[in-house]
Write a protein of this length. Sequence first.
Length: 247
Amino acid sequence: MFLFLKNQYTDWRFEYKYRLTFQQYLRVRSAIVPFMRKDQYSLSAPLRKYLVRSLYFDTNTFDNFIEKVNGDCDRVKLRIRTYTSLPSENTKLRAELKARKGITVEKHSTWIDLHAFQYFMGNWHWPDNDNSVLSEFERYIHLKTQRPKIIVEYLREGYSARNSEQIRITFDHKVRSAHANILFPKHPFFHYHHPGKIVLEIKCMKNQPPWLRQLVFQHGLRISANSKYTQGIETARKDVVNPSWSY
């Protein structure tokens, strides 16, 4: 029996990414406390950080990776995301399509269970359902014959706004990737992307509020291209990277 939860999500937002040293992270984290508080997922996780693991898809010629390196504005990224490294009968996963248009991001996602995911991985077709996100995910898979290429995982520390502002701030620790074509390999060989660095992501529905713009300015933060998938390919799949590319 397959479980398809009816919850389907579409997020439209601006995303700003920064790569921080540990000292910068400590200062920025302290500075956001008057405006932000840890979200429910972080509060319930060990060390107040929860695991995020994603299986990314691409074509055999790595078209998605090349489009990102070339800076193409309109891109669609496919991934299956989970929040554990040890699957069980109760494990829930998310199928996600993430479309970038300039500086804005539109993400479509839906929850699935482990059995539906395993069926899809064996057939490249979801069991019968009326879920529009899964239909579009499957369409993109077959449009360019995309297949799993790597897994990327990290520990996420998330914050939500104390007031009604539609802002989410996350600090991603120990970002690493492994060459894999399944979500739960037995012995993945991970490569760290930027040892000692923490990725700050600011996600908001509107432009950053004044306090947040001031914080970015005061701490000298500079926006950094920080595609985890691209970095994952560059660290875990050096066999497909052209030496002339730099990221």
